[in-house]
Every structure is written in C-alpha cells, then in structure tokens.
Ligand binder design. Structure first.
Ligand SMILES: O=C(CO)[C@@H](O)[C@H](O)COP(=O)(O)O
Length: 226
C-alpha cells in the first residue's frame, strides 16, 4: 500500500525578494503555499551563500506561522541544526556526507523538537540511507545539483523517485518524499505519480508574477491525478 501523504507545496524563498523577505514570504503563503522552504548555503558545502538562523527567527518574529522547512547545505551540520531548532525551524534536512555521524545528527534534530530529513544529491544512491529509514521523517531528493535556484530538472531522478517510493512503502512508516529542483506546473503531475508528496519550487512560483495562480495550477495537476 502506498504511504504517500497529502501533497505539500513548499515554495523556496531562495527565489523571494530578499529586500522584502517577510512580506514576500507571507504573500506566497497567502497564495496557497503550505510550507516555507528555507535554503541554507554556506559557500563551503555549496558554492553560494544565503541566510542563517537569525533570518529564520526574524521570519517567526514577523509573524510567519507556517512550517519552516530548513534545508541545510552546510558542512559541518550539528551546530547549525541546533541553532535553527532554536530559531523556529519545524523540520531540518541535511546532506549525510556533510556530517561525520549521521545517526547522531538525526537524533540531535529530533531531540531538539524538529522533524528530521536526509537529502540526497542527484547522483547519490538511495542505499546510502537504508539504515535510517526507521528514524527519519523525510527523504529529500535533489533533482538539480544544490547551490542555485532556476536550474533544469535532471531527468534520471524520476526513476530514483519511484525507487524511493517503493522503499518508503516497504517500511510502512509515514516518511515524506520531497523533490527539490526544477519543479514546475508542467512536471509536478509526473512527480506526484512517481511517488513524491512534498514539492519544493522556487523560480517557478516566485518568477511567475501570480503566486496564487501558479500554486493553484500545481495543486490542480495533482488533484486531477487523484
Ligand atoms: O535547494 C535548492 C537549490 O540548491 C532549491 O531549493 C532551489 O531553490 C529550487 O529552486 P528552483 O529549481 O525551484 O528554482
């Protein structure tokens, strides 16, 4: 039986207007976004630099109450993960190769009261996380190489999504399957059918000019497939 959960659209505020971040984040939530996807880049694990826990806290102080889904593209992981838990993150996902003790990092995140996710780059095999399936809340499959918004979806990830769905269903656990990179109105239906239930989308939403219409079209594609 498929353990696929209800669809979640998580707009990536990497593509938001940083000069008006609180306002733009609230706007995308008012337009139907379910979670805030918060991409943390350290110019070390990835060749780009974004924002840290203070900005997460500032969004909470601004009044953002939706789940904040933190994607850490940082190395090492533990200290920043704890800082984000203290700054109002709801879930924290990290790249296993960026931490020395993966199991310990998951425990730290969960003990800090957050959902824990692991992120696999496009070419990283699924079997690298087989031991963790009883413990994590989410698998995030990157469908672009991490570091930048606005890249094209890498087609071979589609098969990996199907395999991940089968592996999750075998566990019988509620583990979300999130896809991130090049997600748009045109491919979201296929991604849902392949087994994703959580969709990160940055440039397709923020670059569209009409957030509500774009998110509604994404949800309509999913709903049309049941
Ligand atoms: O983590 C990342 C990039 O490293 C993503 O979250 C991107 O922000 C997705 O952007 P689009 O491909 O949707 O523009």
């Amino acid at each position: 039986m498929s353990m696929k959960q209800s669809a979640v659209i998580a707009p990536s505020i990497l593509s938001a207007d940083f000069a008006r971040l609180g306002e733009d984040t609230q706007a995308v939530l008012d337009a139907g976004g379910d979670w805030v996807h918060f991409d943390v880049m350290d110019n070390h694990y990835v060749p780009n630099l974004t924002f840290g826990p203070m900005i997460c806290k500032a969004l909470r102080n601004y009044g953002i109450t939706a789940p904040i889904d933190v994607h850490l593209m940082v190395e090492p992981v533990d200290e920043l993960a704890l800082a984000f838990a203290g700054a109002g993150a709801s879930g924290i996902s990290f790249h296993p190769e960026a931490t020395r003790h993966v199991d310990r990092t998951i425990s730290l995140i969960k003990e800090a009261g957050c959902k824990a996710g692991v992120v696999l780059n496009p070419a990283t095999p699924l079997d690298s996380i087989s031991c963790l399936l009883g413990k994590i809340d989410m698998i995030l499959l990157m469908s672009v190489n991490p570091g930048f918004g606005g890249q094209k979806f890498i087609p071979y990830v589609m098969d990996k999504i199907r395999q991940a769905r089968a592996i999750i269903d075998d566990t019988g656990r509620d583990v979300r399957l999130q896809v991130d990179g090049g997600v748009d109105v045109d491919n979201i239906g296929e991604l849902w059918e392949a087994g994703c239930d959580t969709f990160v989308s940055g440039s397709a939403i923020f670059g569209s000019g009409d957030y509500a219409r774009t998110i509604a079209r994404m949800n309509a594609e999913i709903d049309s497939l049941g």
